[in-house]
Design a protein around this ligand. Structure first.
Ligand code: PLP
Ligand code: TYF
Length: 401
């Protein structure tokens, strides 16, 4: 029956983990997938998450189905975290929000809803480059995917001129995806001033902003600061779509906790939109999983746990920032590795786009047992006090050829 089914390629990011697992060398390092590791290289379960789970166990909750739109307290608190309690649409009960299967599920619900109901366009513009899963998610949602310029290989920074030119040239009212903070894979974000200019172009061209916020808190260590772009756009009157993930900022990767929301004009419009979001969700998976949403909601609704969470997010962000400084100092200082490495320090969030070429990343895997994606992206969280020196020395060798 399946003789005509061709073998498909592995996921370009998750496939790196497979290669890493198969390597038996004790020095091996996995810098592929973006999942936080502590300074011993171990997966990290946040203390606030452990405490929330204890509270949940003691309260002995049931295992009934959630409503289609998810745990109502959770979706409300998730929206509050993103938009801010004093945001006008949030305060006036005009944000339509549903629980999702992490960020991926939120993007997929949003893509499907826009494909069905957004009246002006069926095309979404993604930055070049973007998270590898964005294109298939939106294509499978029924949207056409196009691109706008984002990253400048020459400066290893934002191609702001190219970005503005491209956004000014897309058809009016097109859908445009924006990474809210900690752009994946480049680690390059617009400055607040640049966000303001981008917002102006969105107004001029009546573009529809779809924010993907997978790293709130992970960029600067401060959830409010990382929500700047989202909140600024909303203040400016843009009716945004928003995908949220709690995979990274609460370390709830496998629990699949997220939310999708749309800013609407009124509580009445919100109710209509939510009714249709539920109709999008129902034939996909009926209703979302319970446990992770309860954990996240326990943290978001308890002021002591919330405070502890804020400290732990900052701890993760700060450890990554300290790895950036160390790596930069090793490459440009002692090793005098040819090339300019300051972008390692200036880039933001989980990843650094190193500028290493495919031949160099291949050599690193084969000779040094160091694994990263073929585009030269490294997950900074995979570096720690125990392996950073070996990593820097190996990069130095690979660059010198
Ligand atoms: N969007 C971006 C930019 C990401 O980097 C990720 C991965 O973490 C996601 C969305 C969705 O991830 P998840 O489905 O694990 O929340
Ligand atoms: O870019 C990353 O590493 C994260 C994790 O199919 C991820 O966004 C990667 C690939 C994937 C799902 C999640």
């Amino acid at each position: 029956t399946w003789s005509t089914v061709p073998a498909g390629p592995p996921d370009p990011i998750l496939g790196v983990t497979e290669a890493f697992k198969a390597d038996k060398d004790p020095r091996k390092i996995n810098l592929g997938v973006g999942a936080y590791r502590d300074d011993k290289g171990k997966p990290y379960v946040l203390n606030c998450v452990k405490k929330a789970e204890e509270i949940l166990t003691t309260s002995n909750p049931d295992k009934e189905y959630l409503p289609i739109a998810g745990l109502p307290e959770f979706t409300k608190n998730a929206a509050k975290l993103a938009y801010g309690a004093d945001s006008a649409p949030f305060a006036s009960n005009s944000v339509a929000v549903v629980q999702s299967i992490s960020g991926t599920g939120a993007l997929r619900i949003g893509g499907a809803f826009l494909a069905r109901f957004y009246p002006h366009s069926k095309t979404i513009y993604l930055p070049t480059p973007s998270w590898g899963n964005h294109t298939p998610i939106f294509r499978d949602s029924g949207l056409e995917v196009k691109n706008y310029r984002y990253f400048d290989k020459k400066t290893v920074g934002l191609d702001f001129t190219g970005l503005k030119e491209d956004l000014k040239n897309v058809p009016e009212k097109s859908i445009v995806l924006l990474h809210a903070c900690a752009h994946n894979p480049t680690g390059v974000d617009p400055t607040p001033e640049q966000w303001k200019e981008i917002s102006d172009i969105f107004k001029e061209k009546q573009l529809f902003p779809f924010f993907d916020m997978a790293y709130q808190g992970f960029a600067s260590g401060d959830t409010t600061r990382d929500a700047f772009a989202v909140r600024y756009f909303v203040e400016q009157g843009h009716q945004i779509a928003l995908s949220q993930s709690f995979a990274k900022n609460m370390g709830l990767y496998g629990e699949r906790v997220g939310a999708f929301s749309l800013v609407t004009e009124s509580p009445e419009e919100k109710a209509r939109v939510e009714s249709q979001l539920k109709i999008v969700i129902r034939p996909m998976y009926s209703n979302p999983p319970l446990h992770g949403a309860r954990i996240a909601n326990t943290i978001l609704s308890d002021s002591a746990l919330y405070g502890e969470w804020e400290k732990e997010v900052k701890g993760m962000a700060d450890r990554i920032i300290s790895m950036r400084e160390k790596l930069y100092n090793m490459l440009s200082g002692d090793l005098k590795t040819p090339g300019e490495w300051s972008h390692i320090k200036s880039q933001i969030g989980m990843f650094s786009f190193t500028g290493l070429q495919p031949a160099q990343t291949k050599a690193l895997a084969e000779k040094a047992h160091i694994y990263m994606t073929a585009d030269g992206r490294i997950s900074m969280a995979g570096l720690n006090g125990g392996n950073i020196e070996y990593f820097a020395e190996s990069v130095n060798k690979a660059v010198r050829g």
